[in-house]
Design a protein around this ligand. Structure first.
Ligand code: C2E
Ligand code: MG
Ligand code: MG
Length: 266
């Protein structure tokens, strides 16, 4: 595919990440969308691996970094109160992680967008991280020194060495949504989530849960002391305009947090 010619078929959507103590938005995950001219919507689950194989992921991933970082900078300027501590989380693929000029690229993009590095978090899947540990650790340490956060995505689906986990500059573990989906009916899954939270607490790492779809799941993860959550119960990934609308109104889920906020209006 000719990236420059077909760039218009892609867009970045954003899904809010919610603080489980206050109910406020603590960040957004940038998620890539591809609208193919004849096939319609193609899921990133299907096209990201192909983009990896063909090498397209490098310009594509760089464009996502540029677009989402720039977008976050604009939102920070326009909604400083709502987004005081909010970060933009961007998924990184294996090929991107192994690019020798990744750090320089990220520094340049942050500088051009005038966004402080502490507002950026990179998401790397557990399996990718463990497979590329020796090469990745140098880049990740450099990024951490720069102030960029690191999140381990789809945690629990791969195999993590605890020793390696401890030596990486990890800020968050994102528990995969397969655990959340089965939590309602499986105490075993809840116990796994509880164990991950305990591990994360002792390593002073934040826990983010993915895939919250019901109020019951929200109650459960709050009772397990998870820090942040993301899921269709709060909001689906949405384009820039929908996020602006969300930020200008009372958050639709905030009533669920009346135990800490009282009867507030956002
Ligand atoms: P991910 O990074 O784990 O992203 C979370 C996925 O879970 C997203 O799927 C999101 O739409 C979905 N999700 C969030 N909440 C819920 C929920 O409550 N229920 C359900 N059923 N799903 C929920 P999406 O957007 O289809 O992306 C799939 C994967 O594609 C991502 O998983 C990520 O690994 C990859 N991906 C997406 N955008 C990018 C990108 O810009 N770069 C790279 N390298 N990978 C990307
Ligand atoms: Mg992710
Ligand atoms: Mg994930």
């Amino acid at each position: 595919m000719n990236w420059t010619k077909n760039k218009h078929q892609f867009k970045v959507c954003y899904q809010p990440i919610v603080c489980l103590t206050t109910g406020q938005i603590s960040g957004f995950e940038a998620l890539l969308r591809w609208q193919h001219p004849t096939q319609g919507y193609v899921s990133p689950v299907d096209f990201i691996p192909i983009a990896e194989d063909t090498g397209l992921i490098v310009p594509l991933g760089n464009w996502v970094l540029q677009t989402a970082i720039h977008q976050m900078s604009i939102w920070q300027q326009n909604f400083p109160y709502q987004l005081q501590k909010a970060k933009i989380a961007i998924n990184l693929s294996g090929k991107q992680l192994l690019q020798t000029n990744l750090i320089e690229q990220i520094e340049n993009i942050l500088q051009a967008a005038k966004l402080d590095s502490s507002y950026l978090k990179l998401e790397i899947t557990e399996s990718l991280l463990m497979e590329n540990y020796d090469c990745a650790i140098f880049t990740l340490k450099k990024l951490s020194q720069l102030g960029v956060g690191l999140s381990i995505d789809d945690f629990g689906t791969g195999y993590s060495s605890l020793g390696r986990l401890q030596s990486l500059p990890v800020n968050s573990l994102k528990i995969d949504r397969c655990f959340i989906r089965q939590m309602d009916c499986s105490t075993e899954k809840s116990e796994i989530v509880r164990a991950i939270v305990t591990l994360a607490h002792s390593l002073k790492i934040n826990v983010v849960v993915e895939g919250i779809e019901t109020a019951k799941q929200l109650d459960l993860v709050r009772s397990l002391n998870c820090h942040q959550a993301q899921g269709f119960y709060f909001a689906k990934p949405q384009d820039h305009n929908a996020i602006v609308t969300l930020l200008t109104k009372k958050l639709p889920w905030i009533h669920h947090f009346s135990d800490v906020n009282g009867d507030i209006t956002n």
